[in-house]
Design a protein around this ligand. Structure first.
Ligand SMILES: [Zn+2]
Length: 362
C-alpha cells in the first residue's frame, strides 16, 4: 500500500478552490488523552469534499508522529455535513506496509456534528494513519476535523461509586446569568451514580468544538458533547459542570457537588466550566462578550458559595499538559479572575433576594 501525500488526491481532483483551507493546530486542545500529531501538529483541518465515486479516498493523513503514551482507542470529532463518508484507520505493518484499513464507528448528529472511534486489540504506541473514503457522498461540502485523540479506553473511566444523595444544581439569583437546566437542553440521565466532592477550585476550559451562533445550536451542541463524552470517551455524563455558549447561556452539566471529568488526575474538588468553541490559534475568533460576562457571574456565585480563593480560579493548562482553553481565551483569564474576586459576595440564604438585588451596583 502506498503512502499518499495527504492532499494529493484532493488537488488532483480540482476541489472547490475557494474552500481549500487548511487549519492546523500545534498542540493538544482536548480534555483527555493525547492529540494525534502529524509532523508535530494536531489534525484540525477543513477539507472540501465532493462526490468522487464510491471507494475514492478523499483524504489521507499519512503516518502520524509516534504517540508519547500507549493507546488502544482513537477518537475523532468534527463536522460531517454529508453522511456518505467512511473513516478508516490503519497501523504500520511489516516492511514499510500498512495493515488493511478498518472502519471506525461513526456517530453523526442532525447538526452535522460527529464523533468517530476505533478500538484496537490492545494498547500500543505505533504511529497510525487515518483516511476518509467516499461511501456515497451526495453533494460538495466542507468536512471538518476538530481533533483526534488517543487514549486507553477503560483507564481513567469513572467508577460510578454509589454515594446516595446528590445535591441538586444551584439556581443563580435572577439577573446574574442565564442558566439552562439539563431538562431544557435535552440531557440524558448519567449512566451511573456520581461521586460527591466538595468544590474548592474552578477550572476554565474550551470545548475545542463548534462555536454555535444561536441558543438552539448551543443546545444541540450540548447534546453532542454529552454523547461524545459518554459513548466516545466512556464517561458517565458530560465531563464539565457548566458549559457556556457564545450567547451567554450557562448550560448545566453535572451538579457542582459531584466529581467531574475535565482535568486528568485533578477532578476531585474541581468545578469545570467550559466555553463552547476553539480559542487556540490558528483557530481564530474571540470569545463572545456575553460568554465572558456569564463566566464572571458564574464564577462569583461559585467562589462565594464554596469560598474558593481567587488563585484557585485557573485554566486547564495550569493543571495539566494541555493548551486548553486556548491562547486567546487564556489571555483573558487574569482579568476575569480579577472581576470575579472583585464581585459582590452573594447571599447564602439569610438575605432576601430582592434586598440583595437592590444592593448590587448595576
Ligand atoms: Zn480543558
Amino acid at each position: 500500500m502506498t503512502l499518499l501525500g495527504p492532499f494529493a488526491n484532493l488537488r488532483a481532483m480540482g476541489m472547490i478552490a475557494g474552500l481549500f483551507a487548511l487549519l492546523v493546530l500545534p498542540a493538544s486542545a482536548n480534555d483527555v488523552g493525547e492529540s494525534v500529531r502529524f509532523k508535530g501538529r494536531a489534525v484540525m483541518r477543513a477539507e472540501p469534499f465532493q462526490p468522487s465515486g464510491t471507494g475514492s479516498v478523499l483524504f489521507d493523513t499519512g503516518a502520524s508522529d509516534q504517540p508519547a503514551a500507549p493507546y488502544d482507542a482513537v477518537l475523532l470529532q468534527g463536522i460531517m455535513p454529508d453522511g456518505g463518508l467512511r473513516i478508516e484507520v490503519a497501523l504500520p505493518s511489516f516492511g514499510g506496509l500498512w495493515t488493511s484499513w478498518a472502519p471506525a464507528e461513526v456517530k453523526r448528529f442532525p447538526s452535522g456534528r460527529f464523533w468517530a472511534r476505533y478500538r484496537f486489540d490492545g494498547p500500543g504506541r505505533l504511529p497510525l494513519r487515518l483516511r476518509v473514503v467516499d461511501a456515497g457522498v451526495k453533494a460538495a461540502h466542507l468536512f471538518e476535523i476538530f481533533d483526534a485523540e488517543l487514549f486507553v479506553a477503560g483507564t481513567g473511566v469513572e467508577a460510578g461509586a454509589r454515594t446516595g444523595e446528590v445535591p441538586p444544581a444551584v439556581q443563580p439569583s435572577s439577573g446574574t446569568y442565564r442558566f439552562v437546566r439539563r431538562a431544557d437542553w435535552g440531557a440524558q440521565p448519567p449512566t451511573s451514580d456520581y461521586t460527591a466532592h466538595t468544590p474548592g477550585r474552578l477550572t476554565m476550559h474550551h470545548t475545542a468544538g463548534r462555536k454555535p451562533a444561536t441558543f438552539a445550536e448551543a443546545a444541540a451542541e450540548m447534546r453532542f458533547i454529552q454523547d461524545f463524552h459518554i459513548n466516545g470517551r466512556g464517561w458517565i455524563d458530560v465531563g464539565y459542570h457548566f458549559v457556556i455558549s457564545p450567547t451567554g447561556h450557562v448550560f448545566e452539566g453535572r451538579p457542582e457537588g459531584v466529581v467531574g471529568a475535565h482535568v486528568l488526575n485533578h477532578n476531585t474538588g474541581n468545578v469545570g466550566a467550559s466555553f463552547m468553541g476553539n480559542y487556540q490559534p490558528p483557530a481564530t475568533g474571540e470569545p463572545a462578550a456575553e460568554a465572558l460576562s456569564a463566566f464572571v457571574a458564574l464564577g462569583r456565585r461559585l467562589v462565594s458559595d464554596h469560598r474558593i480563593p481567587a488563585e484557585k480560579v485557573q485554566a486547564h493548562r495550569d493543571l495539566g499538559s494541555s493548551d486548553c482553553p486556548g491562547d486567546t481565551l487564556y489571555a483573558k483569564l487574569p482579568g476575569l479572575r480579577e472581576q470575579i474576586a472583585a464581585g459582590p459576595r452573594l447571599p447564602k440564604g439569610d438575605l432576601p433576594v430582592e434586598a440583595y438585588l437592590k444592593s448590587l451596583p448595576w
